[in-house]
Design a protein around this ligand. Structure first.
Ligand code: ASP
Length: 419
């Protein structure tokens, strides 16, 4: 049976088992606690750890290889600028779409949202600090702490230096390439755990979190979910058809595994090994481009998160009866786009960055308490969109750089993990 089907089965059975436990069992009973707090929790955690353990070595090694072969061509600079530009553009489109749709739907008007939930705002990092912190002072510390942008900068510099170091560089490059192949084989091994991991994550989530809140916040929930679908179906599809000139259905089909893993883990960072493998081995983006564009995207490109922030701003403004003018909405687009760069690729961080967006236009930060109840499920959906966006931009850039392998894309079996 192919892996996607097995992941789907894991997901649906987790959902069913979790929901049954949620409605039928007393959360204080011994068996519930054994299942939910021990078995499911440990199983889900092990799966996320098995993904996360790959992230730092993979980004470092894969990007050193990519930069080493690009370094000699002098394409690193233009490629970097193009990638960052496209990431910012898709995010700005995502927020604008979210604001427009939310203004039409008006989810916050007459919303009977719960007002008793208190949201404690954390201080978001300033944009200056975010930018300065991209440059590492100590690469080992950056790796130990998983500081993704710092690792990317270091790996890029190392790769370019390798391409300029003659014979010694060549020896190091081939060593890195061998390690890269070994790491890819390791991901292939670990991804086989995904159906079980996804089962545990889903079972734990649905056993512990009730989704009664969705009923009260239905308009908000559906506006975010609908905009996510529109962004996938229109923005990404147009980019794939018009710019990359490939069949979007084949692309989305090939991206199912990272989308499902992103949905279950709600973390584009943890999903990164799966995204990178899929974009290279299944979609056909060559390592030179994928190794740079995908890890960078996991860190700075969060279209799904930006969509939530756009809709949430309109929702909170309407709930408090505040009228925002066009220039304030423009401010929201700019802040949410920049905030997505600073949004760490872990569950729930989008809400912290929302404080920055709300603060910019003078809306009460406590408004986040209104939407927090449904955020978990939306986090899962937007993370799936975040990783799909990374893959889409990687494909578009690869096409424009002549680094797209049509044969891999056309082959439904390419890079497929089958038992
Ligand atoms: N969970 C999201 C991600 O990792 C970030 C967020 O929206 O909170 O992509």
């Amino acid at each position: 049976m192919n892996l996607t089907v097995r992941i789907l089965i894991g997901m649906i059975s987790g959902l069913v088992v979790g929901t049954l436990l949620h409605v039928a069992m007393d959360p204080d009973s011994g068996i519930y606690r054994f299942l939910v707090e021990n078995l499911f929790d440990a199983g889900g955690d092990l799966f996320i750890r098995s993904l996360k353990v790959m992230v730092v070595p993979l980004v470092l090694v894969s990007l050193v290889c990519g930069a080493a072969s690009l370094g000699a061509t002098g394409r690193v600079g233009p490629l970097g600028l193009k990638t960052i530009g496209l990431y910012l553009a898709t995010t700005a489109i995502a927020v604008s779409l979210a604001i427009t749709i939310a203004l039409i739907v008006s989810p916050g008007e007459g919303a009977g949202a719960p007002v008793d939930v208190v949201f404690e705002a954390k201080e978001p990092p300033s944009i200056k600090d975010t930018l300065v912190n991209i440059f590492p002072t100590n690469p080992v510390e950056a790796m130990a702490e998983g500081k993704m942008l710092q690792i990317i900068v270091f790996a890029l510099l190392l790769g370019v230096a390798i391409s300029r170091a003659g014979e010694s560089g060549e020896r190091i490059r081939s060593a890195f390439e061998s390690i890269n192949d070994v790491l890819m084989a390791l991901i292939r091994m670990l991804i086989q755990l995904a159906p079980y991991g996804v089962f545990f994550l889903m079972a734990k989530l649905f056993a512990t979190v009730g989704f009664e809140e969705i009923g009260k916040l239905l308009a908000y929930f559906l506006t975010v979910a609908g905009t996510l679908v529109v962004h996938l179906g229109v923005t990404y599809t147009l980019l794939l058809v018009l710019v990359a000139r490939i069949n979007p259905l084949t692309y989305f089909k090939k991206m199912r595994e990272p989308m499902l893993v992103a949905f279950s883990t709600a973390s584009s960072g943890a999903t990164l090994p799966v995204t990178l493998r899929t974009v290279e081995r299944r979609v056909g983006v060559k390592n030179d481009v994928a190794s740079f564009v995908v890890p960078l995207g996991a860190t700075i490109n969060m279209d799904g998160t930006a969509i939530m922030q756009g809709v949430a701003t309109v929702f909170i403004a309407q709930f408090y009866g505040v009228d925002l003018d066009a220039s304030q909405y423009l401010m929201v687009v700019v802040t949410a786009t920049l905030a997505s760069i600073g949004t760490a690729a872990v569950p729930g961080v989008g809400l912290v960055m929302l404080t920055m967006v709300l603060g910019q236009v003078g809306l009460p930060v406590e408004g986040i308490g209104l939407i927090i109840g449904v955020d978990r499920l939306l986090d899962m959906m937007r993370t799936a969109v975040n990783v799909t966006g990374d893959g889409t931009v990687a494909t578009v850039i690869a096409r424009s750089e002549g680094q797209f392998d049509e044969a891999v894309f056309a082959d439904p079996e390419a890079g497929r993990v089958v038992d």
